[in-house]
Write a protein that binds this ligand. Sequence first.
Ligand code: CMC
Length: 386
Amino acid sequence: MTTAATKGLEGIIAGDTQICSVEQGALIYRGYEIHDLADHATFEEVAHLLLVGHKPDAKELRFFKDELIANRALPTQVIDYLHGAGPMLKEGTAVPMDVLRTGVSILGNLDKDSQDNSPGANLRKAKRLTAKIPTIIGHMQTIIDGKGLIAPNTGGDANLCHAANLLYLMTGAKPNAEYTKVLDVSLILYAEHDYNASTFASRVISATLSDMHGAVTGAIAALKGPLHGGANEAAMDMLSEIRRDIGPVNDRAKIEAWMHKAFADKRKLMGFGHRVYKNGDHRAPILHGLGRRVAEQRGPEFVGLFELGERVQQIMNDEKNIKPNVDFPCGMAYFTMGIPVPQYTPIFVASRITGWAAHIMEQHANNRLIRPIASYTGPALREWNG
Ligand code: CMC
């Protein structure tokens, strides 16, 4: 006899973790609070914290960064696949998240450690994935744009940090300090979030003693959905839709009318709400502030986008008491930096790979199969020939 399930497993503690704490009061990675990390750490330092387990000293950081740089280039098989995926992306049978998922899967086929779940092999695979995922995104984008790959032999420029190199691989231009900062902080904010849907998916897969590339492939599929990581693209699409509907001026009455129609249609507004944070997502104001500063440098069109977003936020807060999550300012910030919308969720992957890999290693280190039970609500017992 089973009892009724809690829909969406809301409030259920599904396991222990030493990696991250997600609470109303604070978001903490291995003891460090997210504002502290956003203000004082780099993505590479946070990646080391999550993957290796502690804040790196100067020597460890240098070594870690060198390892990432040395592993940026993609095998030819993955580059060939990306070229082959160009027409699928153009026709829309595949979107960048799908291509990234398959790219990661192919990397698994080629990785000499692929079937080894030992801590050493897992850490090596985690670093290789962290290094190579931005290169998949960058090469994919230049293929979409009909341009040549940027630095395919090295996967970028060894003098650029992880965030700057990702932008360089996508555009062929070295980004300025402000863009690099916004992307670097967004990667820090996106890196880890305890038992969110994609991380939980990766733990379920690794708990069967399946391998890291398989678990990450599954996690990418989970992150793609608009209720999860796909919300950063969906939030920007929604703002573009509002802009199309109301015209170029942020007319308050028109914005309110648009929102009231959305409420009447019982529409989910993308980039708002959260399963855990009911009083606001700690990450959202950090990214909003940084993105808005870049918008102010870029000019009135981009400030207007942020003002539209702020009005939408205000109405959601006043009328529904629902706050923006990190994906809402992310959409506006990445748009302001000229990043193509379909790459927003792949960039989320470029960050969350560190959190996923940390959880996969934690699961493998202290494993038990994850196998809950269901509350059966189907027909009563009956006979096939009855
Ligand atoms: N727009 C309109 N109404 C909403 C929204 C929203 N974005 N979010 C929650 N609500 C309403 C919801 O309809 C429900 O109303 P009612 O009680 O009248 O049915 C109430 O608020 C409670 O929400 P819920 O459905 O119980 O929330 P949940 O915990 O099941 O879902 C969520 C959380 C994030 C899936 C949901 O808020 C949502 O769909 N948001 C939009 C998608 C999104 O932004 N996802 C990103 C999540 S955070 C970062 C990440 O993972 O990338």
